[in-house]
Design a protein around this ligand. Structure first.
Ligand code: PGA
Length: 241
């Protein structure tokens, strides 16, 4: 593999969270006005806990930080318990010194969703571009909600969720039928524009995706493989079969 991708294997979810939190801590200490790209899901919860601890201990501050989340469901109110807006507030924003006006998630309730997609990329650009982007990975290799087959040139766009992704995310809803069918997600190109990327993945279910990424084959059938073309990506991963 010719890629510069950096691989860090860890022994536990907690270790993954700490190593990822270290990278974010360094970033915030070096540049207190950082533009961060953030993600939802089970993978980042531990890292967010760690960042909350470090902020409350005074080691880092979010006071001048601007955040952009990867994605949001289409059709859910911000205040819905299953929205990514709620997730981010309950796992990070409510406990750190970030300014509410510096928090950005795509608006899945926008009247004109296509215009919202264009505006979201424009907002990121206007802010100066993402310094450090956090990613999880789907078992099918998705990043954000960019499912297999997504063009590597994609910008923020509306996607129909695959059955596999809706099933993975059903745990956050009372009923499978409540899981939205569409989402608004930063595109693969929008993600690749970040100056630095950290991808975290822990557990047996994720290993196959990690192995595929390690194989070095770059294909739109496996969205995360485009990261192999990025100059500054760290993969923090672990878990046993
Ligand atoms: P997870 O999801 O962190 O909940 O495993 C990651 C993803 O599907 O991108």
């Amino acid at each position: 593999m010719t890629s510069d991708m950096k691989w860090i294997e860890v022994n536990s979810y907690d270790e993954m969270s700490e190593v990822a939190a270290d990278i974010f801590t360094k970033q915030l200490q070096a540049k207190p006005t950082s533009i961060l790209g953030l993600a939802t899901g089970g993978s980042p919860v531990g890292m967010y806990k760690e960042l909350v601890k470090r902020q409350q201990a005074g080691n880092i501050s979010f006071n001048d930080v601007i955040t952009f989340n990867l994605d949001e469901y289409v059709g859910l109110e911000q205040s819905s318990p299953a929205s990514y807006w709620t997730f981010m507030h309950e796992n990070l924003f409510n406990y750190v010194d970030i300014k509410e006006e510096n928090i950005h998630l795509p608006n899945g309730k926008a009247e004109n969703l296509d215009a919202e997609c264009v505006a979201y990329d424009a907002r990121i650009k206007e802010a100066g571009g993402i310094d450090l982007q956090l990613l999880g990975i789907g078992v099918n290799g998705h990043i954000g909600f960019n499912e297999p087959g997504t063009s590597f040139d994609s910008k923020t766009n509306i996607v129909e969720l695959t059955e596999s992704t809706r099933t993975e995310n059903a745990i956050y809803f009372d009923d499978f039928k409540d899981v939205p069918t569409h989402a608004i997600t930063m595109g693969i190109q929008s993600i690749m524009n970040a100056k630095e990327i950290v991808l975290i993945a822990f557990g047996e279910k994720k290993l196959e995706a990690i192995e595929k990424l390690k194989s070095g084959i770059i294909t739109e059938d496996f969205p995360a493989s485009q990261l192999l073309n990025h100059p500054n990506v760290t993969i923090i991963y672990g878990g046993t079969k």
